[in-house]
Design a protein around this ligand. Structure first.
Ligand SMILES: Cc1cc2nc3c(=O)[nH]c(=O)nc-3n(C[C@H](O)[C@H](O)[C@H](O)COP(=O)(O)OP(=O)(O)OC[C@H]3O[C@@H](n4cnc5c(N)ncnc54)[C@H](O)[C@@H]3O)c2cc1C
Length: 578
């Protein structure tokens, strides 16, 4: 057996994983396991910025940021967590600055800040400049900065190791099992602490902004081990993906003054959201677009509208939006200096995930019982600061605030008392069986159609708009896909960098995440945030002001659902107006 032993194993080297590692680099023995080379993590694709009420450009307060987060999340946000997010964002951003992150600057040398959707001054009076940024490559800079610092601090990296299983014994997490992609060997990591920081699962949809690696591995692995997934039906579509491709054009464009146009050349957002206009939250702007298209005002009657940046002028475009305008040139052949860019909503962000408390500890039920030794942070987790809809630039804050808190809690509170729990007997049995099963099967269907049908199904039935009928269709299709997946066959049965093996395991994970998403959506008979039901168009606080917990069952398509109350401290639910 390939055996490794560390005090802490962090799975994932994106913003959340690296931020946790930075807190632990002095003292504990730690390993970061990542299926990608760390700087290829999806955090590197984040463009727009990271929100923090620094007040460098105009008056701002963390309380306003907290309010916007709660309101933006359609009141499904746990407000104790929302408070931590808004308060600690400020210190976490200064940490990044001190580690060398090259933020854009104001003329007097402070971190520059820009507008983003849903961020407002004085509890909703109008937009505020709150998002700190490094051109349109903020996430790239975050990753580079923290990866350099981690190397400097001698963090041990296991790159291109893919976690397949989570180990528990004596009611405590005690390690993970991973596949070394280079040679196909299985490795057991024995640990006092496991941190899951494996990111989101946007690849479940056909049109998505997410990188190929965003396949919900951490969520699926935990779900298979009996840990519930929280609020998975809350999946965000970003309004501005490149038409047919889904590649993101950051909200930073609209923050800098770009606008959306329908076939009549009308700025339709003004009709729906007179105050915030194009800067209303993403769930709403995505629905505005879908409605314009449904009513025949898509461009040339097709399923897209225009994003126009041309009026901003070449100089501003080149200084503030260089990368995303290049995407339009390279992928669509459109010149944004002069032409509007065709866009459509694109699957973007999981508000749901593995439930945690505000220290990043994984909790497993309605009473928030802590699972000792297991932490989660970043997009894989649901602490729940985003509730039913995340505001732009609030994810990078989530990574650095809760990655930081998890790391600090492990160092100060957990490790001083924790012991290694013994490994279960045959710790790698499950993972070995999975891999050997796939490598030895010689009959059955290969992956392409199952993958394509899953992604089409999620797009059609579990997209911006849903209904009882669409979700029942989705459930039936999922049951079929799960059965076909159970008999899947590989074409490549070698062990060295077998990317087909990796992709098939990822496909299995996407199916698990989709199951929890569909079941939660079917049961939530209301419209809230990103979850919009044509058959229940209103938010229903009397029955659904609560978090969904989906527990895996052996019956395909039918997880057990339970509900836990939302933490409300200051802001009572109100109707959202923008
Ligand atoms: C195009 C795009 C633009 C965005 N722009 C912004 C923005 O401007 N502002 C903002 O706040 N948010 C933005 N977001 C959202 C934000 O970037 C992500 O939510 C966030 O970066 C996720 O970070 P993470 O650390 O949780 O995971 P990731 O950065 O996705 O990293 C996941 C890590 O886990 C590892 N991993 C995954 N599975 C396994 C496994 N099985 N075994 C081992 N390792 C594994 C990967 O190798 C990787 O290192 C954007 C997202 C996208 C897609």
């Amino acid at each position: 057996m390939n055996y490794h032993k560390f005090d802490v194993v962090i799975v994932g080297a994106g913003g959340a994983g690296l931020m946790s590692a930075m807190q632990l680099a002095h003292g504990a023995s730690i390993a970061v396991i990542s299926k990608l080379y760390p700087t290829r993590s999806h955090t590197g694709a984040a463009q727009g910025g990271v929100a923090a009420a620094l007040g460098n450009q105009e008056e701002d307060h963390w309380k306003w940021h907290m309010f916007d987060t709660v309101k933006g999340g359609d009141y499904l946000v746990d407000q104790d967590a929302g408070e931590v997010l808004a308060r600690e964002a400020i210190d976490a951003v200064y940490d990044l600055e001190h580690w060398g992150l090259p933020f854009n600057r104001t003329p007097d040398g402070k971190i520059d800040q820009r507008r983003f959707g849903g961020h407002s001054r004085n509890f909703g009076e109008g937009p505020v400049r709150r998002s700190c940024y490094a051109a349109d490559r903020t996430g790239h800079m975050i990753l580079q900065t923290m990866y350099q610092q981690s190397i400097k601090n001698q963090v041990r990296f296991f790159n291109e190791y893919m976690m397949l299983d989570l180990l528990m014994s004596d009611g405590q997490a005690c390690g993970v099992v991973a596949l070394c992609l280079r040679d196909g060997t299985i490795h057991t990591f024995h640990a006092k602490t496991v941190v899951l920081a494996t990111g989101g699962y946007g690849r479940a949809w056909r049109i998505t902004s997410n990188a190929l690696a965003c396949t919900g591995d951490g969520m699926a692995v935990a779900y298979r081990r009996g840990i519930p997934l929280e609020d998975m039906e809350m999946y965000q579509f970003h309004p501005t993906g490149l038409y047919k491709i889904g590649i993101l054009l950051s909200e930073a464009a609209r923050g800098e003054g770009a606008y959306l146009l329908n076939n009549e050349g009308e700025r339709f957002c003004i009709r729906y959201a007179p105050t915030m206009q194009e800067l209303a939250p993403r769930d709403m702007v995505s629905r505005f677009i879908v409605q314009e298209i449904a009513e025949g005002r898509g461009i040339d009657g097709k399923d897209y509208v225009y994003l126009s940046v041309a009026h901003l002028g070449k100089e501003k475009i080149d200084a503030k939006l260089p990368d995303i305008t290049d995407f339009a040139r390279n992928y669509l052949g459109v010149e944004p200096y002069y032409e509007p860019v065709p866009i459509q909503p694109t699957a973007h962000y999981a508000m749901g995930g593995i439930p945690t408390d505000i220290e990043g500890r994984v909790v497993t039920d309605e009473q928030n019982s802590v699972l000792p030794g297991l932490y989660a942070a970043g997009e894989v987790a649901c602490v729940s600061v985003h509730g039913a809809n995340r505001l732009g630039t609030n994810s990078l804050v989530d990574l650095i605030v809760f990655g930081r808190r998890a790391g600090k809690h492990i160092a100060a509170k957990w490790l001083p008392e924790a012991e290694f729990a013994p490994l279960p007997s045959d710790p790698d049995a499950y993972a070995t069986e999975m891999v050997e099963g796939l490598l030895s099967r010689t009959t059955g269907e290969t992956q392409e159609n199952i993958r394509a049908e899953l992604r089409d199904m999620m797009m059609e039935y579990v997209g911006v708009v849903r209904s009882e009928e669409s979700l029942k269709n989705a459930t039936a299709k999922l049951v079929e896909l799960k059965e076909r997946f159970g008999a899947i066959r590989l074409m490549d049965r070698t062990r060295t960098f077998n990317t087909e093996l990796m992709e098939v395991i990822e496909l299995g994970n996407l199916i698990e995440c989709s199951e929890a998403t569909i079941a939660g959506a079917l049961a939530r008979k209301e419209s809230r945030g990103a979850h919009y039901r044509t058959d229940f168009e209103k938010r229903d606080d009397a029955n659904f002001l609560s978090h969904t917990l989906a527990y895996r069952s052996e019956t395909a398509g039918a997880p057990e659902l339970r509900y836990k109350p939302v933490v409300i401290t200051e802001f009572q639910p109100k109707e959202r107006k923008y």
